[in-house]
Design a protein around this ligand. Structure first.
Ligand code: PLP
Length: 439
């Protein structure tokens, strides 16, 4: 019998890892203050003093604008709704195409569909997993209106290249920064380089308000539209004397005063939380990088990586087993869950190529790619984005052992587990042969 826990041996550790709870006394106090006031939200969906929300929401927006050095910030109730608002604010509609990433959370491709536009998937870069500018350019047609980049895993997209393509073809650039708050590209925060950026404040992001999001832009036209879309724009435009009425009908994407109160305190903690993530990730990258065939995340020159997750590449030709077998063996050595969360702390592949979802495969939408106004021909077939598919099915695995709550001794357990599994690869080769695991 092997010593590997996966094959019946004793695991390195069964004690659960420390909970990464960033909510403390500061947030509690701030929320109590809002509760005492009785105003849990102060929005009104018409043109008056309360159209922009209550004092706490507005303070949160002001703090965010200062921290990120950006002119306009709009708090919303999720990154997803922020994405919708941005697509609307960029005047995108039926017949239009938006270039999106297949290697991300599902909302990044659904946002154009909400406005009847067509998501067109470009491929990712094989080192940083963000959209690749060359692939973007290949997908541009006369119908393309915008590029929606995602700074995935916490590393910035190659923005110089993307902005050059956008400029050449007169396209808007929307940045999904859900996983990359305060990540820098050549000295600038992501989210402030393109036309508009969106951050997530859901509970598994760097900081959170339970649910929530923030839209940032330096463009007054986009800012005004986002504000209208957030809060019942159609009922507001007359009073506000808005001239451009296109896409200014609204939703309710409003953040509550309690969430904003939490957000103000969380934002103060963000730099330290990120620094701790980077320190932990650097330690693990150094240690695990010593194992041939395991390639730590690339950090490109001029970029900071803020490690929403730490994404490694796994070379099966060098290690000798399939990535999935390796990850399964790792899962058995360490407690796989973070307390409160059902997400495994290590996993294979990260994000399945979005175009393989039934909505694209079966083309289930009454407008968008089925719209009579759409004159293009979009493909969602398997093999469409070969780099994405190779990363998902073969090469990438991600872990969250770099979370700020992990101490030095927790990290040592993690390193020990990796080294143990790596040292027993021959047992796993035998296992793959016996169980006919396709490699
Ligand atoms: C989390 C996430 C979202 C969605 O954020 P919500 O606030 O939950 O709507 C969108 N895009 C990416 C890349 C994400 O990681």
């Amino acid at each position: 019998m092997s010593e590997l826990a996966f094959l019946g041996g004793k695991p390195i550790r069964t004690r659960i890892f420390p909970q990464s709870n960033t909510i403390g006394e500061e947030e509690k106090k701030a929320v109590m203050k809002v509760l005492d006031s009785g105003n849990l939200s102060q929005y009104v969906g018409s043109w008056n003093n309360d159209f922009k929300g209550g004092p706490t929401v507005q303070k949160f927006e002001k703090d965010w604008a200062e921290a990120f050095g950006v002119k306009y910030c709009h708090a919303v109730n999720s990154n997803t709704s922020g994405l919708y608002a941005c697509i609307g604010a960029c005047d995108i509609g039926p017949g239009d195409e938006v270039i999106v990433s297949p290697y991300t959370m599902t909302a990044g491709a659904i946002a154009p569909l909400i406005y009847g536009a067509v998501p067109v998937f470009a491929d990712i870069d094989e080192d940083i997993f963000c959209l690749n500018a060359k692939s973007i350019e290949e997908k541009i047609t006369p119908r393309t209106k915008a590029i929606l980049v995602v700074h995935i895993c916490g590393h910035p997209t190659d923005m110089d290249e993307v902005m050059a393509v956008a400029k050449k073809h007169n396209l808007k650039v929307i940045e999904d920064c859900a996983q990359s708050p305060m990540a820098k590209y050549k000295g600038r925060f992501v989210g402030t380089i393109g036309d508009v950026g969106i951050f997530s404040l859901n509970y598994h992001k760097h900081i959170h308000t339970g649910e929530g999001g923030m839209v940032v832009t330096n463009d007054p036209v986009i800012a005004e539209k986002v504000e209208l879309i957030r809060n019942h724009g159609e009922a507001v435009v007359e009073g506000k004397k808005t001239k451009d009425l296109w896409n200014t009908f609204g939703f309710n994407f409003r953040m509550t005063e309690m969430e904003a109160a939490v957000g103000i305190e969380q934002l103060k903690k963000l730099p330290d939380l990120i620094e701790h993530r980077i320190t932990n990730a650097n330690y693990l990258s150094k240690k695990l990088g010593e194992l041939p065939g395991i390639i730590p995340p690339m950090v490109k020159e001029g970029c900071t990586h803020v490690y929403y997750v730490q994404a490694f590449k796994f070379k099966k030709d060098i290690v000798g087993i399939h990535r999935n077998t390796f990850v399964d063996a790792m899962k058995a050595e360490l407690p796989t869950m973070i307390l409160r969360e059902s997400t495994p702390i290590i996993g294979s592949g990260f994000a399945p190529p979005l175009y393989l979802q039934p909505i694209y495969q079966q083309r289930i939408h009454r407008c968008s790619f089925n719209c009579p106004r759409y004159e293009g021909e979009v493909s969602y077939e398997k093999g469409l984005c070969p780099v994405t598919e190779r990363m998902f099915y073969e090469e990438v695995f991600t872990h969250e052992y770099m979370r700020p709550s992990f101490s030095e001794s927790d990290l040592q357990d993690v390193v020990n587990a990796y080294e143990k599994v790596y040292g027993h690869v021959s047992d796993l080769m035998e296992y793959e042969l016996k169980n006919a695991v396709p490699v």
